[in-house]
Design a protein around this ligand. Structure first.
Ligand SMILES: Cc1ncc(C[n+]2csc(CCOP(=O)(O)OP(=O)(O)O)c2C)c(N)n1
Length: 559
Protein backbone atom coordinates (compact mmCIF):
# COMPACT_ATOMS: atom_id res chain seq x y z
CA UNK A 1 0.00 0.00 0.00
CA UNK A 2 1.50 3.38 -0.86
CA UNK A 3 1.04 6.73 0.80
CA UNK A 4 -2.38 8.11 -0.29
CA UNK A 5 -1.20 10.62 -2.91
CA UNK A 6 2.53 9.83 -3.13
CA UNK A 7 3.51 13.38 -2.06
CA UNK A 8 6.12 13.90 0.67
CA UNK A 9 4.64 14.38 4.15
CA UNK A 10 5.90 14.78 7.70
CA UNK A 11 7.27 11.67 9.37
CA UNK A 12 4.81 12.39 12.22
CA UNK A 13 1.90 12.28 9.73
CA UNK A 14 3.24 9.10 8.19
CA UNK A 15 3.54 7.30 11.53
CA UNK A 16 0.11 8.36 12.77
CA UNK A 17 -1.35 7.55 9.33
CA UNK A 18 0.19 4.09 9.39
CA UNK A 19 -1.08 3.35 12.89
CA UNK A 20 -4.59 4.58 12.11
CA UNK A 21 -5.05 3.39 8.53
CA UNK A 22 -3.00 0.19 8.42
CA UNK A 23 -2.93 -1.01 12.04
CA UNK A 24 -6.46 0.14 13.00
CA UNK A 25 -5.39 2.27 15.99
CA UNK A 26 -8.31 4.48 17.12
CA UNK A 27 -6.91 6.04 20.32
CA UNK A 28 -3.43 7.29 21.16
CA UNK A 29 -2.96 8.10 24.85
CA UNK A 30 -0.27 10.49 26.01
CA UNK A 31 0.93 13.70 27.61
CA UNK A 32 1.88 16.68 25.43
CA UNK A 33 5.37 18.26 25.38
CA UNK A 34 7.82 20.03 23.08
CA UNK A 35 9.34 16.86 21.65
CA UNK A 36 6.01 15.10 21.03
CA UNK A 37 3.85 18.00 19.85
CA UNK A 38 4.26 17.17 16.15
CA UNK A 39 2.74 13.75 16.81
CA UNK A 40 -0.22 15.33 18.64
CA UNK A 41 -0.60 17.73 15.72
CA UNK A 42 -0.50 14.81 13.28
CA UNK A 43 -3.32 13.07 15.16
CA UNK A 44 -5.34 16.30 15.14
CA UNK A 45 -4.88 16.74 11.37
CA UNK A 46 -5.37 13.08 10.44
CA UNK A 47 -8.41 12.35 8.31
CA UNK A 48 -8.52 8.83 9.80
CA UNK A 49 -10.80 8.06 12.78
CA UNK A 50 -8.03 8.42 15.38
CA UNK A 51 -8.19 10.46 18.58
CA UNK A 52 -5.52 11.68 21.01
CA UNK A 53 -6.40 11.35 24.70
CA UNK A 54 -4.46 13.56 27.12
CA UNK A 55 -3.58 11.77 30.36
CA UNK A 56 -2.17 13.38 33.50
CA UNK A 57 0.87 11.09 33.75
CA UNK A 58 2.70 9.02 31.13
CA UNK A 59 2.59 5.92 33.36
CA UNK A 60 -1.20 6.10 33.29
CA UNK A 61 -1.22 6.85 29.56
CA UNK A 62 0.66 3.61 28.93
CA UNK A 63 -1.65 1.77 31.37
CA UNK A 64 -4.57 3.12 29.31
CA UNK A 65 -3.08 1.74 26.09
CA UNK A 66 -2.43 -1.62 27.78
CA UNK A 67 -5.95 -1.99 29.22
CA UNK A 68 -7.48 -0.70 26.01
CA UNK A 69 -6.09 -3.79 24.32
CA UNK A 70 -6.98 -6.15 27.16
CA UNK A 71 -10.59 -4.92 27.22
CA UNK A 72 -11.15 -4.45 23.51
CA UNK A 73 -8.61 -6.56 21.63
CA UNK A 74 -7.59 -3.56 19.53
CA UNK A 75 -4.04 -2.23 19.20
CA UNK A 76 -3.46 1.06 21.05
CA UNK A 77 -0.56 3.47 21.25
CA UNK A 78 0.96 5.82 23.78
CA UNK A 79 3.02 8.93 23.10
CA UNK A 80 5.35 10.81 25.41
CA UNK A 81 7.93 13.55 25.25
CA UNK A 82 11.62 13.08 26.02
CA UNK A 83 13.23 13.08 29.48
CA UNK A 84 10.83 12.55 32.38
CA UNK A 85 7.95 11.84 30.01
CA UNK A 86 9.84 8.97 28.42
CA UNK A 87 11.09 7.66 31.77
CA UNK A 88 7.57 7.71 33.22
CA UNK A 89 6.56 5.05 30.68
CA UNK A 90 8.89 2.42 32.10
CA UNK A 91 6.77 0.54 34.70
CA UNK A 92 3.71 0.38 32.46
CA UNK A 93 5.72 -0.86 29.48
CA UNK A 94 7.37 -3.36 31.85
CA UNK A 95 3.88 -4.58 32.74
CA UNK A 96 2.85 -4.85 29.07
CA UNK A 97 6.07 -6.75 28.36
CA UNK A 98 5.58 -9.22 31.22
CA UNK A 99 1.88 -9.72 30.42
CA UNK A 100 2.43 -9.86 26.64
CA UNK A 101 0.18 -6.94 25.75
CA UNK A 102 0.83 -5.17 22.43
CA UNK A 103 1.37 -1.41 22.88
CA UNK A 104 3.07 0.97 20.44
CA UNK A 105 5.08 3.68 22.24
CA UNK A 106 6.04 6.81 20.29
CA UNK A 107 8.70 8.61 22.31
CA UNK A 108 9.89 12.10 21.36
CA UNK A 109 13.60 12.91 21.54
CA UNK A 110 15.56 16.16 21.10
CA UNK A 111 16.62 17.12 17.56
CA UNK A 112 19.49 15.05 16.19
CA UNK A 113 21.57 18.21 15.60
CA UNK A 114 21.65 18.83 19.36
CA UNK A 115 22.05 15.25 20.56
CA UNK A 116 25.48 14.63 22.05
CA UNK A 117 25.91 18.42 22.34
CA UNK A 118 24.19 19.09 25.65
CA UNK A 119 20.60 18.92 24.32
CA UNK A 120 17.81 19.39 26.88
CA UNK A 121 16.71 15.87 27.94
CA UNK A 122 19.34 14.22 25.76
CA UNK A 123 18.73 10.44 25.79
CA UNK A 124 20.79 9.58 22.70
CA UNK A 125 23.61 7.75 24.49
CA UNK A 126 26.05 10.19 22.84
CA UNK A 127 28.78 12.10 24.70
CA UNK A 128 27.81 10.65 28.08
CA UNK A 129 24.05 11.17 27.78
CA UNK A 130 21.75 8.39 28.97
CA UNK A 131 20.70 5.94 26.26
CA UNK A 132 16.94 5.57 25.78
CA UNK A 133 17.39 2.65 23.39
CA UNK A 134 19.31 0.73 26.05
CA UNK A 135 16.59 1.59 28.58
CA UNK A 136 13.62 0.46 26.50
CA UNK A 137 15.15 -2.54 24.69
CA UNK A 138 14.75 -5.03 27.59
CA UNK A 139 11.08 -4.08 28.09
CA UNK A 140 10.03 -4.14 24.44
CA UNK A 141 9.84 -6.65 21.61
CA UNK A 142 11.24 -3.99 19.27
CA UNK A 143 12.99 -0.68 19.91
CA UNK A 144 14.42 1.62 17.24
CA UNK A 145 15.54 5.21 16.84
CA UNK A 146 14.21 6.72 13.62
CA UNK A 147 17.16 8.73 12.30
CA UNK A 148 16.56 8.73 8.54
CA UNK A 149 13.06 9.96 7.57
CA UNK A 150 12.97 7.51 4.66
CA UNK A 151 13.20 4.56 7.08
CA UNK A 152 10.13 5.69 9.08
CA UNK A 153 7.71 3.62 6.98
CA UNK A 154 9.68 0.44 7.41
CA UNK A 155 10.32 0.96 11.12
CA UNK A 156 6.70 1.68 12.05
CA UNK A 157 5.61 -1.44 10.14
CA UNK A 158 8.24 -3.49 11.97
CA UNK A 159 7.11 -2.04 15.31
CA UNK A 160 3.52 -3.15 14.63
CA UNK A 161 4.72 -6.59 13.49
CA UNK A 162 6.75 -7.04 16.65
CA UNK A 163 3.97 -5.83 18.98
CA UNK A 164 1.47 -8.25 17.45
CA UNK A 165 3.97 -11.06 16.87
CA UNK A 166 4.60 -13.91 19.21
CA UNK A 167 5.12 -13.26 22.06
CA UNK A 168 3.26 -9.95 21.96
CA UNK A 169 4.40 -6.86 23.82
CA UNK A 170 5.42 -3.22 23.57
CA UNK A 171 7.28 -1.77 20.57
CA UNK A 172 9.08 1.54 21.03
CA UNK A 173 9.97 4.12 18.37
CA UNK A 174 12.36 6.88 19.50
CA UNK A 175 11.59 9.91 17.35
CA UNK A 176 13.92 12.95 17.37
CA UNK A 177 12.01 16.20 16.92
CA UNK A 178 13.68 17.17 13.61
CA UNK A 179 12.97 13.70 12.20
CA UNK A 180 9.28 13.98 13.17
CA UNK A 181 9.12 17.25 11.22
CA UNK A 182 11.17 16.05 8.22
CA UNK A 183 9.39 14.97 5.04
CA UNK A 184 9.26 11.36 3.91
CA UNK A 185 8.04 9.68 0.77
CA UNK A 186 7.89 6.28 2.53
CA UNK A 187 4.98 4.21 1.29
CA UNK A 188 2.75 2.47 3.79
CA UNK A 189 4.20 -0.98 4.32
CA UNK A 190 1.79 -3.72 5.36
CA UNK A 191 3.13 -5.42 8.49
CA UNK A 192 3.99 -9.05 7.85
CA UNK A 193 2.12 -10.89 10.57
CA UNK A 194 3.48 -14.38 10.91
CA UNK A 195 0.89 -17.14 10.60
CA UNK A 196 -0.04 -18.59 13.99
CA UNK A 197 1.30 -21.97 14.98
CA UNK A 198 -0.76 -24.95 13.86
CA UNK A 199 -2.46 -27.19 16.40
CA UNK A 200 0.06 -29.47 18.05
CA UNK A 201 -2.37 -32.29 18.82
CA UNK A 202 0.05 -33.82 21.35
CA UNK A 203 -2.38 -34.36 24.24
CA UNK A 204 -4.93 -36.64 22.70
CA UNK A 205 -3.79 -40.02 23.89
CA UNK A 206 -3.20 -38.72 27.42
CA UNK A 207 -6.64 -37.09 27.50
CA UNK A 208 -8.37 -40.14 26.05
CA UNK A 209 -6.74 -42.32 28.74
CA UNK A 210 -8.32 -40.09 31.40
CA UNK A 211 -11.88 -40.60 30.20
CA UNK A 212 -14.12 -40.89 33.24
CA UNK A 213 -11.42 -39.74 35.71
CA UNK A 214 -11.85 -36.37 37.48
CA UNK A 215 -9.87 -33.58 35.79
CA UNK A 216 -9.04 -30.08 37.07
CA UNK A 217 -8.43 -27.42 34.41
CA UNK A 218 -6.48 -24.34 35.56
CA UNK A 219 -6.84 -21.46 33.11
CA UNK A 220 -4.42 -18.54 32.89
CA UNK A 221 -3.86 -15.25 31.10
CA UNK A 222 -3.01 -16.98 27.80
CA UNK A 223 -6.72 -17.80 27.41
CA UNK A 224 -7.60 -14.11 27.60
CA UNK A 225 -4.75 -13.18 25.23
CA UNK A 226 -5.87 -15.72 22.64
CA UNK A 227 -9.56 -14.89 23.30
CA UNK A 228 -10.09 -18.64 23.71
CA UNK A 229 -13.00 -18.39 26.17
CA UNK A 230 -15.45 -20.36 24.02
CA UNK A 231 -12.84 -23.04 23.25
CA UNK A 232 -11.99 -23.35 26.96
CA UNK A 233 -15.66 -23.84 27.86
CA UNK A 234 -16.08 -26.51 25.15
CA UNK A 235 -12.87 -28.27 26.24
CA UNK A 236 -13.94 -28.27 29.91
CA UNK A 237 -17.28 -29.73 28.82
CA UNK A 238 -15.69 -32.48 26.74
CA UNK A 239 -13.31 -33.48 29.56
CA UNK A 240 -16.04 -33.26 32.24
CA UNK A 241 -13.59 -31.08 34.18
CA UNK A 242 -13.76 -28.71 37.09
CA UNK A 243 -12.30 -25.31 36.21
CA UNK A 244 -10.17 -22.93 38.28
CA UNK A 245 -8.72 -19.61 37.08
CA UNK A 246 -5.63 -17.53 37.77
CA UNK A 247 -5.98 -13.94 39.01
CA UNK A 248 -5.25 -12.39 35.59
CA UNK A 249 -7.77 -14.73 34.01
CA UNK A 250 -10.73 -14.19 36.37
CA UNK A 251 -13.08 -13.59 33.45
CA UNK A 252 -12.03 -16.42 31.10
CA UNK A 253 -14.57 -18.89 32.51
CA UNK A 254 -18.10 -18.23 33.77
CA UNK A 255 -17.71 -17.86 37.54
CA UNK A 256 -21.32 -19.04 38.03
CA UNK A 257 -20.90 -22.22 35.97
CA UNK A 258 -21.31 -25.43 38.05
CA UNK A 259 -17.80 -26.48 36.95
CA UNK A 260 -16.18 -23.39 38.52
CA UNK A 261 -14.20 -24.24 41.69
CA UNK A 262 -12.51 -20.85 42.21
CA UNK A 263 -9.37 -18.81 41.98
CA UNK A 264 -5.86 -20.27 42.44
CA UNK A 265 -2.97 -18.61 44.25
CA UNK A 266 -2.31 -16.90 47.55
CA UNK A 267 -5.73 -15.22 47.52
CA UNK A 268 -7.36 -18.26 45.98
CA UNK A 269 -10.23 -20.43 47.20
CA UNK A 270 -9.56 -23.58 49.26
CA UNK A 271 -12.12 -25.36 47.05
CA UNK A 272 -9.47 -25.46 44.28
CA UNK A 273 -7.11 -27.49 46.45
CA UNK A 274 -9.92 -29.88 47.31
CA UNK A 275 -10.67 -30.39 43.61
CA UNK A 276 -6.98 -30.91 42.85
CA UNK A 277 -6.70 -33.55 45.56
CA UNK A 278 -9.57 -35.51 43.99
CA UNK A 279 -8.39 -35.06 40.39
CA UNK A 280 -6.44 -37.67 38.44
CA UNK A 281 -5.04 -35.02 36.13
CA UNK A 282 -4.42 -31.30 36.05
CA UNK A 283 -4.64 -29.50 32.71
CA UNK A 284 -2.97 -26.08 32.63
CA UNK A 285 -4.42 -23.92 29.85
CA UNK A 286 -2.70 -20.71 28.76
CA UNK A 287 -0.42 -20.58 31.78
CA UNK A 288 3.04 -21.61 32.87
CA UNK A 289 1.76 -21.75 36.46
CA UNK A 290 3.96 -19.04 37.95
CA UNK A 291 4.77 -18.86 41.65
CA UNK A 292 1.84 -16.54 42.48
CA UNK A 293 -0.59 -19.05 40.95
CA UNK A 294 0.77 -22.37 42.16
CA UNK A 295 1.34 -21.37 45.82
CA UNK A 296 -0.46 -23.88 48.03
CA UNK A 297 -1.09 -26.27 45.13
CA UNK A 298 2.31 -27.46 43.96
CA UNK A 299 2.63 -30.51 46.19
CA UNK A 300 -0.90 -31.53 45.14
CA UNK A 301 0.37 -32.17 41.61
CA UNK A 302 2.64 -35.04 42.54
CA UNK A 303 1.56 -38.38 41.13
CA UNK A 304 -0.90 -36.75 38.73
CA UNK A 305 -0.85 -36.44 34.98
CA UNK A 306 -0.06 -32.81 34.11
CA UNK A 307 -0.88 -31.54 30.64
CA UNK A 308 -0.01 -27.96 29.71
CA UNK A 309 -1.58 -26.10 26.78
CA UNK A 310 0.93 -23.27 26.35
CA UNK A 311 3.77 -22.25 24.10
CA UNK A 312 6.28 -22.72 26.93
CA UNK A 313 6.58 -25.47 29.57
CA UNK A 314 5.23 -24.86 33.09
CA UNK A 315 7.55 -23.75 35.90
CA UNK A 316 6.44 -26.70 38.06
CA UNK A 317 9.32 -28.80 39.42
CA UNK A 318 9.33 -32.39 40.56
CA UNK A 319 6.99 -35.22 39.65
CA UNK A 320 6.47 -36.40 36.10
CA UNK A 321 7.23 -33.75 33.45
CA UNK A 322 4.15 -32.08 32.04
CA UNK A 323 3.01 -33.05 28.59
CA UNK A 324 3.30 -29.84 26.57
CA UNK A 325 0.67 -28.98 23.95
CA UNK A 326 2.35 -26.01 22.31
CA UNK A 327 0.35 -25.29 19.18
CA UNK A 328 -2.06 -22.41 18.64
CA UNK A 329 -4.22 -22.41 21.77
CA UNK A 330 -7.67 -22.12 20.23
CA UNK A 331 -6.94 -24.74 17.57
CA UNK A 332 -5.44 -27.11 20.13
CA UNK A 333 -8.41 -26.82 22.51
CA UNK A 334 -10.86 -27.33 19.63
CA UNK A 335 -8.97 -30.37 18.40
CA UNK A 336 -8.74 -31.91 21.87
CA UNK A 337 -12.46 -31.32 22.57
CA UNK A 338 -13.38 -32.78 19.17
CA UNK A 339 -11.29 -35.91 19.70
CA UNK A 340 -13.02 -36.49 23.03
CA UNK A 341 -16.37 -36.54 21.28
CA UNK A 342 -17.18 -32.83 21.48
CA UNK A 343 -20.21 -33.26 23.74
CA UNK A 344 -20.42 -31.77 27.21
CA UNK A 345 -20.10 -34.20 30.10
CA UNK A 346 -21.12 -33.08 33.62
CA UNK A 347 -18.31 -32.61 36.13
CA UNK A 348 -18.29 -34.70 39.32
CA UNK A 349 -20.27 -32.89 42.05
CA UNK A 350 -18.33 -30.49 44.30
CA UNK A 351 -19.46 -28.43 47.27
CA UNK A 352 -18.99 -25.03 45.58
CA UNK A 353 -16.73 -22.08 46.34
CA UNK A 354 -15.11 -22.15 49.73
CA UNK A 355 -13.66 -18.91 51.11
CA UNK A 356 -10.61 -18.24 53.26
CA UNK A 357 -11.33 -17.15 56.87
CA UNK A 358 -12.37 -13.48 56.91
CA UNK A 359 -14.11 -10.88 59.00
CA UNK A 360 -17.76 -9.84 58.69
CA UNK A 361 -19.28 -6.41 59.22
CA UNK A 362 -20.32 -5.72 62.80
CA UNK A 363 -21.97 -2.41 63.65
CA UNK A 364 -19.75 0.39 62.35
CA UNK A 365 -16.85 -1.99 61.63
CA UNK A 366 -17.36 -2.42 57.89
CA UNK A 367 -15.61 -5.49 56.49
CA UNK A 368 -14.34 -5.60 52.91
CA UNK A 369 -16.38 -8.68 52.02
CA UNK A 370 -19.73 -6.92 52.49
CA UNK A 371 -18.54 -3.84 50.58
CA UNK A 372 -17.53 -6.07 47.69
CA UNK A 373 -20.81 -8.00 47.82
CA UNK A 374 -22.77 -4.73 47.60
CA UNK A 375 -20.70 -3.73 44.57
CA UNK A 376 -21.11 -7.19 42.98
CA UNK A 377 -24.88 -6.84 43.28
CA UNK A 378 -24.87 -3.71 41.11
CA UNK A 379 -22.17 -4.53 38.55
CA UNK A 380 -23.80 -5.11 35.13
CA UNK A 381 -23.09 -8.42 33.34
CA UNK A 382 -20.96 -6.71 30.69
CA UNK A 383 -18.98 -4.34 32.97
CA UNK A 384 -15.22 -3.92 33.18
CA UNK A 385 -13.81 -4.51 36.67
CA UNK A 386 -10.31 -3.25 37.44
CA UNK A 387 -8.49 -3.74 40.71
CA UNK A 388 -5.15 -2.78 42.22
CA UNK A 389 -2.52 -3.95 44.69
CA UNK A 390 -2.65 -4.44 48.45
CA UNK A 391 -5.15 -5.94 50.84
CA UNK A 392 -7.92 -4.34 48.79
CA UNK A 393 -6.80 -6.16 45.63
CA UNK A 394 -6.67 -9.49 47.48
CA UNK A 395 -10.18 -9.03 48.86
CA UNK A 396 -11.59 -8.02 45.47
CA UNK A 397 -10.02 -11.03 43.77
CA UNK A 398 -11.33 -13.36 46.44
CA UNK A 399 -14.87 -12.06 46.83
CA UNK A 400 -15.89 -10.45 43.54
CA UNK A 401 -17.10 -12.83 40.83
CA UNK A 402 -16.26 -11.78 37.29
CA UNK A 403 -19.22 -10.26 35.43
CA UNK A 404 -20.41 -13.00 33.06
CA UNK A 405 -19.84 -11.06 29.82
CA UNK A 406 -17.39 -8.46 31.14
CA UNK A 407 -13.67 -8.04 31.61
CA UNK A 408 -11.60 -8.22 34.81
CA UNK A 409 -8.23 -6.49 34.69
CA UNK A 410 -5.40 -6.76 37.13
CA UNK A 411 -1.76 -5.70 36.84
CA UNK A 412 -0.19 -6.17 40.22
CA UNK A 413 3.25 -7.18 39.00
CA UNK A 414 5.38 -4.74 37.04
CA UNK A 415 2.54 -2.20 36.86
CA UNK A 416 2.32 -1.93 40.63
CA UNK A 417 0.14 0.35 42.72
CA UNK A 418 -1.96 2.89 40.86
CA UNK A 419 -1.96 1.05 37.52
CA UNK A 420 -5.73 0.57 37.83
CA UNK A 421 -6.49 4.29 37.35
CA UNK A 422 -5.07 4.43 33.83
CA UNK A 423 -6.31 0.89 33.16
CA UNK A 424 -9.92 1.75 34.03
CA UNK A 425 -9.81 4.71 31.66
CA UNK A 426 -8.30 2.63 28.83
CA UNK A 427 -10.93 -0.09 29.35
CA UNK A 428 -13.78 2.45 29.29
CA UNK A 429 -12.43 3.92 26.04
CA UNK A 430 -12.08 0.41 24.57
CA UNK A 431 -15.64 -0.78 24.94
CA UNK A 432 -17.67 2.11 26.37
CA UNK A 433 -19.01 -0.06 29.19
CA UNK A 434 -19.44 0.93 32.83
CA UNK A 435 -16.12 0.29 34.52
CA UNK A 436 -15.68 -0.35 38.25
CA UNK A 437 -12.30 0.43 39.73
CA UNK A 438 -11.62 -0.90 43.23
CA UNK A 439 -8.39 0.35 44.81
CA UNK A 440 -6.87 1.15 48.20
CA UNK A 441 -6.23 4.70 49.39
CA UNK A 442 -2.48 4.13 48.89
CA UNK A 443 -2.99 3.30 45.22
CA UNK A 444 -5.30 6.33 44.93
CA UNK A 445 -2.63 8.58 46.44
CA UNK A 446 -0.09 7.29 43.88
CA UNK A 447 -2.06 7.79 40.65
CA UNK A 448 -5.63 8.74 41.60
CA UNK A 449 -5.38 12.24 40.13
CA UNK A 450 -5.89 10.47 36.79
CA UNK A 451 -9.59 10.71 37.79
CA UNK A 452 -9.20 14.12 36.13
CA UNK A 453 -8.98 12.37 32.74
CA UNK A 454 -12.19 10.41 33.41
CA UNK A 455 -13.93 13.67 34.32
CA UNK A 456 -12.53 15.46 31.28
CA UNK A 457 -13.78 12.75 28.87
CA UNK A 458 -16.95 12.04 30.91
CA UNK A 459 -16.25 8.31 31.09
CA UNK A 460 -18.64 5.83 32.76
CA UNK A 461 -16.25 4.84 35.56
CA UNK A 462 -17.14 4.20 39.21
CA UNK A 463 -14.00 4.72 41.28
CA UNK A 464 -14.28 2.96 44.66
CA UNK A 465 -11.53 3.78 47.13
CA UNK A 466 -11.18 1.46 50.13
CA UNK A 467 -9.87 4.00 52.61
CA UNK A 468 -8.13 2.47 55.61
CA UNK A 469 -5.69 5.40 55.99
CA UNK A 470 -2.81 2.98 55.58
CA UNK A 471 -0.76 0.90 53.26
CA UNK A 472 -2.59 -1.89 55.02
CA UNK A 473 -0.82 -4.70 53.14
CA UNK A 474 2.48 -3.36 54.49
CA UNK A 475 1.04 -2.60 57.92
CA UNK A 476 -0.13 -6.21 58.22
CA UNK A 477 3.40 -7.37 57.44
CA UNK A 478 4.95 -4.89 59.89
CA UNK A 479 2.66 -6.24 62.59
CA UNK A 480 3.00 -9.94 61.84
CA UNK A 481 6.67 -10.17 60.96
CA UNK A 482 8.38 -7.17 62.62
CA UNK A 483 6.62 -6.64 65.97
CA UNK A 484 4.35 -3.83 64.74
CA UNK A 485 6.03 -1.00 66.66
CA UNK A 486 7.36 0.81 63.56
CA UNK A 487 3.88 1.54 62.05
CA UNK A 488 5.49 3.25 59.05
CA UNK A 489 2.48 2.35 56.94
CA UNK A 490 -0.29 3.88 59.08
CA UNK A 491 -1.31 7.45 58.12
CA UNK A 492 -3.29 10.38 59.50
CA UNK A 493 -6.90 10.35 58.26
CA UNK A 494 -7.61 11.65 54.79
CA UNK A 495 -10.92 11.85 52.95
CA UNK A 496 -10.62 11.05 49.23
CA UNK A 497 -14.41 11.32 48.72
CA UNK A 498 -14.66 14.85 50.09
CA UNK A 499 -11.35 15.81 48.49
CA UNK A 500 -12.42 14.69 45.03
CA UNK A 501 -15.74 16.54 45.41
CA UNK A 502 -13.84 19.80 46.02
CA UNK A 503 -11.20 19.16 43.37
CA UNK A 504 -13.65 18.17 40.62
CA UNK A 505 -16.82 20.24 41.03
CA UNK A 506 -18.67 18.29 38.31
CA UNK A 507 -17.80 14.86 39.72
CA UNK A 508 -20.40 13.14 41.90
CA UNK A 509 -18.21 12.06 44.78
CA UNK A 510 -18.86 11.01 48.38
CA UNK A 511 -17.48 9.24 51.43
CA UNK A 512 -19.61 6.51 53.00
CA UNK A 513 -19.29 4.95 56.44
CA UNK A 514 -22.21 2.51 56.43
CA UNK A 515 -23.41 -0.26 54.11
CA UNK A 516 -26.77 1.55 53.71
CA UNK A 517 -25.05 4.68 52.44
CA UNK A 518 -22.94 2.54 50.11
CA UNK A 519 -26.06 0.85 48.72
CA UNK A 520 -27.73 4.23 48.07
CA UNK A 521 -24.70 5.61 46.25
CA UNK A 522 -24.33 2.50 44.08
CA UNK A 523 -28.04 2.42 43.21
CA UNK A 524 -27.82 5.96 41.91
CA UNK A 525 -24.60 5.20 39.98
CA UNK A 526 -26.19 2.36 38.00
CA UNK A 527 -28.35 4.65 35.90
CA UNK A 528 -25.60 7.16 35.11
CA UNK A 529 -23.15 7.34 32.19
CA UNK A 530 -20.80 9.73 34.02
CA UNK A 531 -17.87 9.15 36.36
CA UNK A 532 -18.49 8.67 40.07
CA UNK A 533 -16.08 8.45 43.00
CA UNK A 534 -16.85 6.77 46.26
CA UNK A 535 -14.59 6.43 49.26
CA UNK A 536 -15.55 3.69 51.74
CA UNK A 537 -14.13 3.90 55.24
CA UNK A 538 -12.68 0.49 56.17
CA UNK A 539 -10.31 -0.59 58.94
CA UNK A 540 -6.53 -0.88 58.56
CA UNK A 541 -6.36 -3.97 60.78
CA UNK A 542 -8.62 -6.25 58.75
CA UNK A 543 -6.57 -9.22 57.57
CA UNK A 544 -7.01 -9.84 53.84
CA UNK A 545 -7.83 -13.21 52.27
CA UNK A 546 -4.14 -13.80 51.58
CA UNK A 547 -2.52 -17.00 52.80
CA UNK A 548 0.99 -15.65 53.50
CA UNK A 549 -0.62 -13.33 56.10
CA UNK A 550 -3.47 -15.53 57.32
CA UNK A 551 -1.32 -18.53 58.14
CA UNK A 552 1.18 -16.63 60.35
CA UNK A 553 -1.71 -14.74 61.98
CA UNK A 554 -3.46 -17.99 62.83
CA UNK A 555 -0.22 -19.47 64.18
CA UNK A 556 0.31 -16.39 66.32
CA UNK A 557 -3.24 -16.76 67.60
CA UNK A 558 -4.27 -13.33 66.27
CA UNK A 559 -7.34 -14.64 64.52
C1 LIG B 1 4.54 0.86 42.79
C2 LIG B 1 4.47 -0.02 44.00
N1 LIG B 1 5.19 0.29 45.09
C3 LIG B 1 5.13 -0.50 46.19
C4 LIG B 1 4.36 -1.63 46.17
C5 LIG B 1 4.36 -2.54 47.40
N2 LIG B 1 3.01 -2.54 48.00
C6 LIG B 1 2.16 -3.57 47.80
S1 LIG B 1 0.67 -3.31 48.50
C7 LIG B 1 1.15 -1.82 49.14
C8 LIG B 1 0.20 -0.97 49.94
C9 LIG B 1 -1.13 -0.80 49.25
O1 LIG B 1 -1.87 0.18 49.94
P1 LIG B 1 -3.34 0.53 49.49
O2 LIG B 1 -3.39 0.79 48.03
O3 LIG B 1 -3.87 1.58 50.38
O4 LIG B 1 -4.13 -0.86 49.72
P2 LIG B 1 -4.41 -1.59 51.13
O5 LIG B 1 -3.34 -2.62 51.32
O6 LIG B 1 -4.41 -0.55 52.22
O7 LIG B 1 -5.75 -2.23 50.94
C10 LIG B 1 2.48 -1.55 48.80
C11 LIG B 1 3.21 -0.32 49.23
C12 LIG B 1 3.63 -1.91 45.00
N3 LIG B 1 2.85 -2.99 44.88
N4 LIG B 1 3.69 -1.08 43.94
Amino acid sequence: MSSPDGTPRRVADHIVGHLAEVAGVRHIFGVHGANVEDLFDAVFRSSAPVEAVVAKHEFSAAAMADAYHRAGNRLAAVMATSGGGALNLVPALGEAYASQVPVIALVGQPSTVLEGRGAFQDQSGLAGAMDARALFSPISRFCARVEDPETAGDLVARAVEAALGEPRGPAVLLLPKDVQQAKTTSPYTEPVLRAGRPASGAAHDALAALRGEPVLVIAGGGVARADARAELAAFAGATGAWVAVEADARDVFDNRDPRFVGLVGASGHPSVRRALDRAAACVLVGTRFAQTARGGLEDGLSGKTVICFDRDPPYVDGGAPALLVDGELRADLRLAAGRLGGTSVPCPPHPGLEYLPHERTEGDRIACREVIEEIAATVPDDANVVTDAGNTGCAVMHFLPAPSRGRCLLAMGMGGMGFSFGAAIGAAFANGRRTYLLAGDGSFLMHGLEVHTAVEYDLPITFVIFNNNAHAACLSREELFYGGDSAYSRFRPSDPGAGAARLFPTLRSATVRTLDALRDFLAETGASRSPRLLSVEVRPDELPPYLPLLQPAQLAGNR
